[in-house]
Design a protein around this ligand. Structure first.
Ligand code: SF4
Ligand code: SF4
Length: 736
């Protein structure tokens, strides 16, 4: 008995010492990151929301359960380990007294049953994981496997350790039944089965097995504890913290302002020598960024949903996090050395690691290849899927910010877009004067804001650059204007006073140009006393609704599909003319995933008589990007399959007559892919891509195809010959 106590306590002391030392080292590494006071502040301000999130995401495993089989297996394993804390208490108690029972509950049959039930559940869980890992082995499936790039050896070791935890548990409990010291007379069904197997060995052997397997149980658990602190299984302890400090409602919607030393960067006073511009070194990440890296479970859910990865590009959101983590761990001795003298004494391998550029290609041994960060469309599929709320888009954008603002290193084809934004206020450089051309020939006058908006104007219609200047998107703008006019909604536009919201500049990493444009627009909107805005572009919508508040611009913003759906519900718009077509709807990422607007566009389609909606396999939260977000619209797509082609291939699988959407970027990207498919004979000539507003306008329009309102010219008549590529403008390469 004494030996048992000594061995048990010695094992515990050694394991706690090793694990504690490692955790302290990791804590110091996290502290080497930048401060993030806004995260602490948010937790202080929203304790109720945080508690709710912990309940649903950590204890309810909400995100994991979206993948039913692995989610259920994880749920069983997670709750198994929570319940089995009781058995760990019992094992420690047994060190001191063979008849130990947890005070108050230790003989209750229901507890014995629960412990055994979850022990079996954990076995079922790990067996499921093993099958999943065998079926999606990256050695066989290559990039197709979500585990490609993950540390699979460590994952198998963990499964083995978990198996040993349960095996030693059931063995010592079975032996206890035979030696007469088991606390539960009934209920512990699995232990009783094992006890039945061990019974023929006799009392002496069972006593020895009891002592051996109690110590073995503690040794495995303590070994597991140490292993956790050195492996991806750190997430067991860190996931609740990462979820707690993640931004709400999630890492989607608004990008965060640039911060240096915990404060929002003021460009008028910022000094590139002393302030941090984005992330140029691993220690430029905040402690929350480092917590993200340490929490990644390597599950590969993000990778499996990433459109860049799916189309053969080098970007995997998982590998971004893992590469940053590996670099942070390898550079840690340098960061924690404390003095230049101490750094000098470090091994060359550590000093070499410290010199690696954070972003750079193989020739300079960069941690992250530039093609990785420039492949991101900001679609948010990774953030949506990540079960531990890692904020991939923020990290990628922060690395882009450093590249653009400090290194001036970004895809050259995007430079004309940035120049046009600065000089002309739109990405194509077409200028303010052409912003009202879309309204020419409408059968009614579109009021243009000139001074404060009167009470008689309900909405400011934010047209957006594409809506005002891009040939195909102008048709959507005209349809929206006609529908609002028909429904009797009073609206006005800013016309030449509107400039780009700054979304492409911000998403490419040029925060300076973004804040310049945003401040200009906020001034215009405030002077116009605009309170309610309807936007047709989800990127404008997202920026106006969620990013302008960071600069003091607060407005009630609605997307045109939401407003049109409401007008239909109120009976102010009635679709009458049948549109007998099979139509598949493509969810724009910034409308759907980023802003959870899934229902309104579908409601519009469903109410149009004759429409047969067909869902693509990847839809709603799992919608697949068109390839234009994250300023990719203005970058060449040189690697892998084109994302818009991949999406159209999926759409064609539903054999549609029409593809609908709710975003001018998607309209252009999908339209281009459809044109290419028509040229190669893979799509029928009649197939077209339209905005749901155009679809509704067709149905609200009389059957003879006339105007919605007073007689007007055809909606195409006013569009310039090719607004996407005026001679003096930067044509969007991504859209080509
Ligand atoms: S935002 Fe989209 S493209 Fe970018 S890493 Fe995530 S899933 Fe991939
Ligand atoms: S980032 Fe999230 S989703 Fe991706 S592998 Fe890590 S834990 Fe899984």
């Amino acid at each position: 008995m004494v030996l048992r106590i000594i061995v048990g306590l010695a094992l515990t002391a050694v394991a706690f010492a090793i694990a504690g030392r490692r955790l302290w080292w990791l804590y110091r590494l996290g502290r080497a990151g930048q401060p993030a006071p806004e995260r602490i502040q948010a937790v202080r301000e929203h304790p109720a929301t945080d508690a709710e999130t912990q309940l649903s995401e950590v204890f309810g495993q909400r995100k994991l359960l979206k993948w039913s089989v692995p989610g259920t297996a994880h749920f069983l394993t997670f709750w198994g380990f929570i319940i089995l804390i009781l058995t760990i208490i019992e094992a420690y108690g047994d060190l001191f007294s063979r008849r130990f029972a947890i005070p108050g509950i230790g003989h209750w049959a229901a507890i014995g049953f629960l412990e055994d039930l979850f022990a079996v559940a954990v076995l079922v869980g790990i067996a499921t994981f093993a099958v999943i890992r065998l079926r999606t082995d990256p050695k066989r499936e290559g990039r197709e496997s979500r585990f490609a790039g993950s540390h699979t050896g460590a994952a198998w070791l963990v499964l083995a350790l978990i198996f040993l935890v349960i095996a030693t548990l059931l063995l010592y409990r079975g032996a206890q039944i035979n030696t007469g010291v088991f606390p539960y007379a009934h209920g512990a069904f699995a232990s009783q089965i094992v006890g039945h197997w061990l019974a023929p060995l006799g009392l002496t052997a069972n006593k020895a097995l009891e002592a051996t397997f109690i110590l073995a149980q503690l040794a495995v658990i303590l070994g597991f504890l140490v292993f956790i602190t050195y492996s991806k299984h750190l997430h067991i302890g860190l996931a609740p913290l990462n979820v707690l400090f993640s931004r709400r409602p999630n890492g989607l919607r608004a990008l965060q302002p640039m911060r240096s030393g915990g404060k929002v960067l003021d460009f008028e006073e910022a000094d590139p020598d002393t302030d941090i511009f984005g992330r140029g070194k691993i220690e430029d990440f905040t402690w929350k960024g480092m917590l993200d890296m340490a929490t990644c479970t390597e599950c590969g859910r993000c990778q499996s949903q990433c459109p860049a990865w799916a189309t053969g590009k080098p970007l995997s959101p998982k590998m971004v996090i893992l590469d940053l983590r590996d670099h942070a761990l390898a550079k840690a001795p340098y960061l924690l050395a404390g003095s230049e003298e101490a750094r000098e004494k470090l091994p060359d391998s550590v000093k070499d690691e410290a010199q690696r550029p954070l972003v750079g290609d193989a020739s300079v041994n960069g941690v992250i290849d530039p093609d990785v960060i420039w492949s991101c469309t900001n679609c948010g599929a990774c953030v949506e899927e990540c079960p531990v709320d890692i904020e991939h888009i923020d990290h990628i954008t922060d690395m882009r910010r450093h590249q653009v603002l400090i290194e001036s290193a970004f895809p050259t084809e995007a430079s004309s877009m940035l120049k046009n934004l600065e000089n002309k206020g739109d990405p194509w450089g077409m200028g303010q004067a052409r912003r009202l051309e879309w309204a020419e020939g409408l059968g009614f006058e579109v009021p243009v804001v000139d001074g404060p908006i009167g009470d008689d104007v309900e909405y400011l219609f934010w047209v957006g650059c594409a809506g005002a200047l891009e040939d195909r998107a102008r048709k959507t703008t005209r349809a929206i204007a006609e529908l609002l006019h028909t429904a009797g909604v009073s609206f006005a536009v800013l016309g030449p006073a509107e400039t780009c919201t700054g979304d492409p500049a911000r998403r490419i990493g040029n925060e300076f140009v973004f804040s310049m444009l945003a401040q200009q627009n906020i001034e215009t909107l405030n002077e116009a006393r605009a309170l309610k805005i309807v936007a047709s572009c989800p990127h404008c919508f997202n920026t106006l609704a969620h990013e302008y508040p960071q600069l003091g611009g607060n407005y009630e913003v609605i997307h045109h599909t939401q407003l049109l759906a409401r007008l239909m519900t109120e009976g102010r718009l009635t679709p009458v003319t049948p549109v007998p077509e099979k139509i598949t709807y493509h969810d724009p990422c910034f409308l759907g995933r980023h802003n959870r607007i899934f229902t309104a566009p579908r409601e519009i389609m469903e109410q149009v008589p004759g429409v047969q909606p067909q869902e693509m396999h990847r839809c709603k939260e799992r919608g697949f990007c068109c390839g234009a977000g994250g300023a990719r619209m203005w970058m060449e797509e040189r690697i892998g399959k084109r994302i818009n082609t991949e999406r159209i291939d999926e759409a064609l699988g539903t054999n549609p007559d029409t593809i609908s959407t709710g975003c001018p970027y998607c309209l252009v990207m999908l339209g281009d892919a459809v044109s290419a498919k028509k040229s190669s004979g893979e799509a029928k000539e009649s197939l077209e891509v339209v905005d749901v507003a155009q679809l509704l306008a067709r149905s609200v329009r009389p059957a003879d195809g006339g105007a919605l309102s007073a007689p007007s010219a055809s909606s195409d008549a006013a569009a310039p010959p090719d607004a996407t590529a005026p001679p003096d403008a930067a044509a969007p390469p991504g859209a080509g």
